[in-house]
Each structure stands twice: as C-alpha cells, then as structure tokens.
Write a protein that binds this ligand. Structure first.
Ligand code: ACO
Length: 439
C-alpha cells in the first residue's frame, strides 16, 4: 500500500487513565499525519471531523499543495512552470502517468485521444430528449454515466491496456459530449471532432464552427484555454475528487465514478462558483454599490458570500488566481475589451485585501474569481463555465481513480457519532395499523 514514511515519531494520547501511542506518518514534503487506524480497536474512540477539514483520506503522489505558502505542484512540478512550458495534453499525461511524456509518448497519447474522440452514434440521440434549457452540467454527468452502457466496463479488475484506453476515452469523449451539449442547447447542428486539431483547438472548433460561418481558430485563444485547463487539472482531495475516490472505492466502473465527480463539481461552493461569480459581479455592477455587498458578505446574519473568495486549503493568495488575473488583464487589453465586470472584480479585490474581515480569515480571490471574466472574453457562454472546469479536471479525476485502484484501498465508509434518540417503544398511534397495511 502507498504510504508515507512511518513510525519514526509517535504521539501519545491519554484517555481514561490509559496511554495509547499513535504512530506519525511523514510525507515527502515533511507534512506529518497521525495514523489513527488502530485507535478504535485500542480505545473504543473514533475521531470526528465534519467536512474532513483535518483528515487525510489517503496518501497520494499526484499533487502537492502548501496552502500557507501558495504552492501548487503536479507530480513535483510547479504550476507556474507547467503553464509556461507545457500543453494541457502534456499535463493530462503527467497526472495520469506520473511523468511528462517523451516526444513518442506524447504522439501515442495524442493518437489515443484522437481515436477515442467520437461518441457512439446511438448516444447522440440522447441529446434530443433533454428539455430545452437543461443545464449542460446535468447533461454532461448523465451522458458520462451512460457511457458505461456503450463501452466495456472498466474497474479494478480490468487489465492495464483497457484502463489506458478507457482513461484516454473518457478524457477525449467528454470534450465531444460537452461541445455537443452546447450545440444542442442553441439549436445548431453538431460539429464532429477532427484529427488534425490539437485537444483545445478541437474543442473550440466543435463549440463555435457552423455550416454558415466557419470558425477561425486563434492561436492565442488556444494558448489561453491550455493555460486555464492546466490550472484546473488537479487539486488533490477536493470535493469532486474525493467523490471520485469514494465512489470508485466501491469498485464502480470508471464512467459512473467520473459522472459522480462531475455532479459534485456542479455545486456553487465548488466548480459552480465560476458561473456564480459572474452572476454576482453582474448583480453588483447593476446595483453600483460595491461597499454594500462587502458589508453583506461580512454580516454573520446574512447568508450572502463573495463568490470566488476563500478556499479550504489556501490561506495565502491562490497561485492559480494570480496567473489567471494576469492573463485576464493582458487578454482583455489585447482584444480591446472594456468589460465593466473586470473593474468591479478589481475593486472588490482591492477592498477585501485591505479589510480586516477578509485579511483575518485569509480570504483571497480563488481560481474562480477571474476565470469567468476570461471565459466571457473568449466567447464561452456562462452556462458552459462549469463544464469547462469539468473538462479540465478530468485528468485529475482519472489520475486519482487510477492511483486509488492500484492501491490496496478499502471501501470508503466513514464512522459517525450517533446523536439521535435512544431506544424508543412503538407509540400507541401505530398500534392496530399492521392489519390496515395488509388490506
Ligand atoms: N465571503 C464571505 N465570508 C466568507 C467567505 C466568502 N466567500 N468564505 C468564507 N467566509 C468566512 C466564513 O463566513 C467563516 O467566517 P467565521 O469564521 O466568522 O464563521 C470563515 O470565512 C471560514 O469560512 P468556512 O466556510 O468555514 O471555510 P471553508 O473552508 O469551509 O469554505 C469555501 C471554503 C467553500 C470555498 C468558502 O470560502 C466559500 O463558500 N467561498 C465562496 C464560494 C467559492 O468561491 N467556491 C469556490 C472554491 S474554489 C473551487 O472549488 C475551485
């Protein structure tokens, strides 16, 4: 089993007059964790940690985050380096396989993505039966789940070559499904994937090409999409990745597992935040009184939150947000866009960075704060923002699923602390009802 280095140190817990020694596990970056596997057997105690705020659910070799120092690395490589020197396909390979691809490996991987880019023709008809206006994230998770009925199941018992192909298939096809869902939502004919286009260019072409107006693929837009996708590609044990690991631990097939991750991502506190940010910025811009909304966000009696602010792990500036903000400023000025929402966003950030409420709680812009403004400038419709996030996160989900099935993972099954009623008698109100049920 993949574990950190063990047992050099330990911690001692005193409980009910006894002392129990708990081993300390050390990660490669020096982080330490208490191994509590034997705690219940030796003391009868379980641990309680709602939202897993302080619980490492697994050991992983994929992504390293230091939230206090604003560090994010995939397989040891800083995100800033990857954004400068690699493409999304390179990063997908890195996450899934553990190293950046050689020239030959990149070629083979690209071929595999191309060969698996079409969806089964029968699945195409499914799009006709979603109601007009259905959110593309709902269509996406349904279609991914349906893949299990069309393609051979892949699970923990599947051979390595099947796993390789299925991982490539899911990364490639989901892009096609996403673009088809968009075309369906605007009533335009679908555009098939092309083997002569790179991953990101192919997606943009499927989204925007039309029989009456061919799409011009701009190299700059392709580069930006690569940057955005790289920045979103993995983020260790976030909500959707934890969903993927939890569902996958029951030995569910890959497609159902990825579909579960997609559903988790759709929530506004997670991937849905990028759409929620734009909606909120628009509302604040229309109102004009930014200070009022800052006050609302700080009011304990008001559920209003600044969308795109705060993060469970980052207590320093989110390194992804820093890169996106810069790209956003550059791109908008290059294309001559004067999006008023960028000014609103800048002003909110400026106020928040100087306000003790946000400073004391380490609330900085997260990856979603500027992403939506950039997507808008690239012509991506708002209801597709979270779908873009899902496409980008696919390699991360696949990598975690692959790591998890290769490990001796136990089925995810947390304990609980029961706080409900103790043993109750059946009340008089139910007596005599049994015979009624039988009638
Ligand atoms: N606006 C105002 N106050 C906030 C915000 C915010 N966006 N985020 C957190 N706070 C406050 C909380 O009210 C709380 O205050 P308190 O200590 O006085 O009670 C404190 O900061 C800690 O907040 P928690 O909710 O305990 O932090 P948690 O780690 O559970 O939540 C989360 C993190 C969900 C990201 C939260 O900051 C949030 O809701 N942000 C807005 C939604 C968002 O942008 N989500 C995207 C996250 S990134 C991603 O998924 C890609």
């Amino acid at each position: 089993m993949m574990t950190g280095e063990k047992y050099k140190e330990s911690a001692v817990l005193k409980f009910e007059g006894r002392e129990v020694e708990l081993p300390v596990v050390v990660g490669t970056e020096g982080d330490k964790a208490l191994d509590i596997k034997q705690l219940r057997a030796s003391t009868g105690l379980v641990t309680i940690d709602p939202g897993f705020v302080n619980t490492a659910s697994c050991c992983s070799q994929i992504t390293y985050i230091d939230g206090d120092r604003g560090i994010l690395r995939y397989r040891g490589i800083p995100i800033e380096e990857l954004v400068k020197k690699s493409t999304f396909v390179d990063v997908a390979y890195l996450l899934v396989h553990g190293t950046l691809p050689t020239e030959q490996e990149r070629l083979d991987f690209s071929c595999m993505l191309n060969l698996n880019s079409m969806i089964h023709e029968d699945m195409r008809h499914f799009f006709d039966h979603f109601p007009q206006g259905a959110h593309p994230m709902h269509i996406l998770s349904t279609m991914i789940n349906a893949m299990a009925a069309f393609y051979p199941n892949v699970d923990v018992n599947t051979t390595a070559s099947n796993i390789e192909q299925s991982c490539a298939r899911v990364i490639s096809i989901v892009r096609t499904i996403a673009a088809f869902a968009y075309k369906k939502s605007i009533g335009e004919p679908i555009v098939y994937p092309r083997h002569d286009l790179s991953y990101c260019a192919n997606f943009l072409n499927m989204m925007f090409d039309s029989p009456v107006q061919p799409y011009h693929i701009s190299a700059e837009t392709v580069r930006l999409l690569n940057v955005l996708f790289i920045l979103h590609a993995d983020h260790e044990q976030n909500c959707s990745t934890s969903a993927v690991r939890a569902i996958g631990s029951a030995q569910v097939n890959l497609y159902a597992t990825i579909s579960a991750g997609t559903s988790a991502l759709s929530g506004p506190l997670h991937g849905g935040a990028n759409q929620a940010v734009i909606e909120q910025l628009r509302m604040i811009h229309a109102d004009g009184d930014i200070e009022k909304f800052i006050k609302m966000a700080k009011d304990k009696n008001n559920p209003f939150r600044l969308m795109g602010f705060g993060h469970r792990v980052y207590k320093a500036y989110d390194p992804r947000a820093a890169i996106i903000r810069k790209e956003c400023e550059n791109y908008l000025s290059r294309i001559g866009s004067n999006d008023p929402l960028l000014n609103v966003a800048r002003r909110i950030e400026e106020i928040a960075l100087n306000d003790s409420y946000f400073v004391d709680r380490c609330l900085y812009p997260n990856v979603d704060f500027y992403t939506g403004i950039l997507y808008r400038a690239m012509g991506i419709p708002e209801n597709m923002f979270t779908v873009m996030f899902a496409l980008a996160r696919l390699p991360g989900w696949v990598a975690h699923w692959k790591e998890m099935i290769g490990d001796e993972t136990k089925i995810v099954r947390p304990r609980q602390l029961y706080v409900g009623r103790t043993l109750q008698e059946v009340g008089e109100e139910l007596e005599g009802r049994a015979s009624t049920f039988l009638l």
